[in-house]
Design a protein around this ligand. Structure first.
Ligand code: HPA
Length: 274
């Protein structure tokens, strides 16, 4: 399936009508176990994905499936409480569909959070990592197919995929709020199985610090349509083979819930300056 520009216009119009003409400045995508922040949004309109034309429901554990629109720290935000993943059977285009829709609604900034496995041996479970870049060797680009020129050019730059300005802001606010952050490169694995230890060793050699199954389709689409991106990962487990034990999906969600507060503090501190 390839979406047309008109499909995105229709989705944006539906959300506009469902939210009383709300125009978000910032799109927030909340990952595994990190969705609670959406409950803090003031004067919120909540729109289930299943009601929005073109949106797909999120079926992953720890993910709700609704778009919350309202104010947070004085900014107009659209919060995706739950996201889509390619491992749910969605294409990268479908997974990134809400990003382009948010762009049409007016969002110029995207903040994306996720749970990830720590590849970097200096990381610890519970670390928050500011994304400096990503590596995608597997999985499609959301821009495959006919280019929609209203969003951006056929070939587009990814040099500053994770905005240097927003990374600097996050570092400053981390310092101010006392929330420790690391910095690293996200290595995309489409999943849904966790990686093998050999895959993780290979990713480490190639420059990956974190392993994850999300984020890259959305960040790629956001760059295509000219949005500034801030990415934050939470290390919910050390990646396969780092420790001599199996990876447990329940622990991933649990760790997300546990560290959510710190990530929330950092995000709230950044929002007014974005
Ligand atoms: N690998 C891939 N995705 C993940 C992991 C992991 O170890 N932990 C949380 N999401």
């Amino acid at each position: 399936m390839q979406y047309k520009y008109e499909d995105y216009l229709r989705s944006a119009q539906y959300i506009r009508e469902a939210s009383g003409g709300f125009e978000p400045e910032i799109l927030l995508i909340l990952g595994s176990g990190l969705g609670a922040l959406a409950d803090c949004v003031a004067d919120a309109a909540s729109v289930p994905y299943e009601d929005i034309p073109g949106f797909c429901p999120s079926t992953a554990p720890g993910h709700s499936s609704r778009l919350v629109l309202g104010e947070l720290e004085g900014r107009r935000v659209a919060v995706m409480q739950g996201r889509m993943h390619c491992y749910e059977g969605y294409t990268a285009e479908q997974t990134a569909y809400p990003v382009r829709t948010a762009r049409l609604l007016g969002a110029g900034v995207m903040v994306v959070t996720n749970a990830a496995g720590g590849i970097n041996l200096d990381y610890r479970v519970g670390d928050i990592v500011l994304l400096s870049d990503h590596i995608r060797l597997m999985g499609d680009s959301p821009s495959i197919g006919t280019n929609i020129k209203e969003f951006g050019p056929r070939f587009y730059d990814m040099t500053y995929a994770y905005s240097p300005r927003l990374r600097q802001l996050a570092r400053e606010q981390a310092e101010k709020t006392g929330v420790a952050v690391r910095e690293g490169v996200y290595f995309y694995f489409p999943g849904p199985q966790y990686e093998t230890p050999a895959e993780i060793r290979a990713a480490r050699v190639l420059g990956g610090d974190l392993a994850g199954m999300s984020t890259v389709p959305e960040v790629t689409a956001a760059n295509h349509c000219g949005m500034e991106v801030l990415g934050l990962s939470l290390v919910t487990n050390m990646a396969a083979g780092v420790m001599d034990k199996r990876i447990d999906g329940a622990e991933v969600v649990q760790e997300g819930n546990r560290a959510g507060r710190r990530l929330e503090t950092l995000l709230r501190a950044c929002l007014p300056h974005m």
